[in-house]
Design a protein around this ligand. Sequence first.
Ligand code: BG6
Length: 599
Amino acid sequence: MCGIIAYIGDKYCKDIIINGLKRLEYRGYDSAGIAILMPDNENNGNSPQNRIAIVKQAGKIKDLEESMKDMDFDSHTGIGHTRWATHGAPTQVNAHPHADCTGKIAVVHNGIIENYAEIKEELLQKGHKFISETDTEVLSHLLEEYNNDGDLLASMQKLIRKIKGSGAIVALSADFPDEIVGARLASPLILGIGKDGNFLASDIPAVLEHTRNFMIINDFETIRIKKDKVEIFDMDGNPVQRDPFKVNWSITSAEKSGYEDFMQKEIFEQPFGIKETMRGRLVDGELQFEELDITEEQIRNLNKIQIIACGTSSHAALLGKQLIERWARIPVEVEVSSEYRYKNPIVEKNCLFIAITQSGETIDTLAAIREAKSRGAKIVAITNVVGSTVARESDSVIYTHAGPEIGVCATKTFTAQIIVMYLMALYFGKVTGNLNEDEYKKIVKEIELIPDKIQTILNDAVKIKKIADHLYKYRTFLFLGRIFGLPVALEGALKLKEISYIHAEGYAGGEMKHGPIALTDTNTTVVGIIPKDFVYEKMLSNIEEVKARHATIFAIATEGDSEIQKYSNYVFYIPQSIEELYGILTIIPLQLFSYYIAI
Ligand code: BG6
């Protein structure tokens, strides 16, 4: 995830900003940059010709430092940024800060500007010139455009009303050397109040070595900081009074936002990752999928979809298969990447080839793509990493915007992949005419509710912890699910073995009786994924089979289902939804369960 730090005060800003960026490295990034206000100290009474110096680099912060080492930055005002690419490859040109046409304004930004294409078009018509592929660059040009009013803060207030999407935005202008302004729209931004100056940052660790006094900025608020003054304004430009709060965390615990570790943090970040992944793709109930780069006609002519992936990504693929086949009635084949290239694969005409990979670097997936390409396939990649090898070698890319995953176990990238699968299946369903308008609207409405429903589940994490406290000594876990529950069962078992080293298997509920049932006894815990869907009754009979063999039963069930308690030793309830969406809701308690068992 991108990181921001800004400082204005009595001290020299360069080292404060560089060290702040290093403190943000844990968030993951692919490029970094800094903009510093260079005051005109020799103007001899003429109007000062301040300027902004921008230095940026693809790669590590040490590369940025290296490129700055012989430069003289005698300045007290600057902004810095670590970028995690979302629009445009991780290159020097695309790195932040971004300047306007005059070079007098510099902007850094975290988030996604949904309407950047239309804003860019308007600005192009007014003569603005753009040099990067980013959405962010429109912000510096918008400020330039609005700057005629002679008030940087007022320009920022106008800007925040113009953009749609998410953004923590910070700007510096050579014409306003005594201030830095910022704004927040759905991306975190904090204000740090120091003795020798003031700070804006995306996260507390960036400035914790300088101050422990902070204020949180809320959505649609704008901020102006000077070396000895901070001001916050509401949406209408009225001043907001807010008392600072004191942070007592160590820098290490602040990096994890108070969570114990990155896996826990990333599990809890899922509502945000999902919203970011939906952003710009589901707008006012309409799906926008230009990035797929295939025509509606081509979709209607598809004979088959082939999906390849590894590990957790392959479970997202299996869920995608169920959805596409159900909503669009297009046959889907899922193959693990490591098998695909050795089987002399057939690439059929009118077959869409999709590769799912969180990292975009998994060698088996890359090799499978190359194999398919050499046989004439057109590749669509779904990945979380802009500019990754898979992204570069594919014909088109759909990025999940979950932010970088630092924990070893895939969690937030998995649910972001599933969201892409939901949206894609829905889009295909609409284009092929298999879903009517009412069905389509009903599904869209439910998809939009997913982040809040996941938040409800996360709010109940302590209930899962209590169940894990009872079950952690078991050495065999069987995860059972059917249809949409099957990929969830496979993923639940994978998470448990990956993080706790306990033997766990995922199985189709109906397949239990064909062998694996021999493993179940008093030493086995069976985790049943049993939401109220069209295979609910079937799952109940499967659970009865294992209960008869004295296994302990932990059921993931739908809120309001009291019947399930007769069958289970432990139950965790998820909120109600439509049956197709239970996949994404049921995996959350299983991620938490694996996590707490491992702890
Ligand atoms: C494995 C990881 O090595 O790669 C899994 O342990 C992951 O957690 C799998 O799901 C696939 O990774 P990717 O980046 O291709 O989705």
